[in-house]
Ligand binder design. Structure first.
Ligand code: PLP
Length: 220
């Protein structure tokens, strides 16, 4: 598959092992049949950005796969998210984490989460906006017993300038490494960055999970 080859050469270019980069297929707006096609091609990790769309598409789907939420989670959707997803990548405030933790506790479940960071400064994007906000939420989130913090996520800037995109990814990677060195984080191993337009740059900057829609399935 062309995307896998491009991931591999980006990794090799900067001396990284390509097998550390997971490929997620983002299936938003596409039908359930495309999920089945992707599974036949060996993809085991899927992403959706809306709870309701994910419910309609994935409930009852057979197969060995993980599904992550990559779009904003409203607190009133926490129960549905707890049921549907293996991981919520888009935790952008403490209150959302608390709501999800409560639903997990009620159901005896432990869930993976990532914290989303707004590295672009664009108002339309979600995620923690400041370093202070991110780091001050970290300890209370780590104390939530039913959530397992696995790493960080960002959506890169809309920019034609490669250096602007690269510096956003490099900032996320540096938050990640700072957290690893200052906190006891037992399973902190996911740096989710890179989409169709910028995943090679993201891999060069240390991404371990790229979220790809268009480059796999064509335009939405
Ligand atoms: C849609 C989406 C993607 C995939 O975008 P493409 O540019 O089509 O690869 C990745 N991450 C998030 C959060 C998305 O909403």
């Amino acid at each position: 598959m062309a995307v896998r080859e491009r991931i591999a050469s980006a990794a090799v270019r900067c001396g990284k092992d390509p097998s550390v980069v997971q490929l997620m297929a983002v299936t938003k707006t596409h039908p359930r049949s495309i999920v089945q096609t992707a599974m036949e091609a060996g993809i085991r990790l899927f992403g959706e950005n809306r709870v309701q769309e994910a419910e309609e598409k994935y409930v009852g789907l057979q197969g060995d796969f993980d599904l992550h939420l990559v779009g904003h989670l409203q607190r009133n959707k926490a129960r549905a998210a707890m049921r549907l997803f293996h991981c919520v990548q888009s935790i952008d405030r403490l209150e959302t984490a608390q709501a999800l933790n409560t639903k997990c506790a009620e159901n005896g479940k432990v869930m993976d989460i990532l914290l989303e960071v707004n590295t672009s400064g664009e108002q339309t994007k979600s995620g923690f906006r400041s370093r202070e906000g991110l780091f001050s939420s970290l300890e209370p989130i780590l104390d939530l017993p039913c959530l397992r913090l696995r790493g960080l996520m960002t959506v890169g800037p809309f920019s034609n300038e490669p250096e602007v995109v690269r510096s956003a990814f490099s900032r996320l990677a540096s938050h990640f490494h700072e957290m690893v060195s200052h906190y006891a984080l037992p399973a902190f191993d996911i740096l989710s960055m890179g989409m169709s337009g910028d995943f090679e740059t993201a891999v060069e900057e240390g991404s371990t999970l790229v979220r790809i829609g268009t480059a796999l399935f064509g335009p939405r």
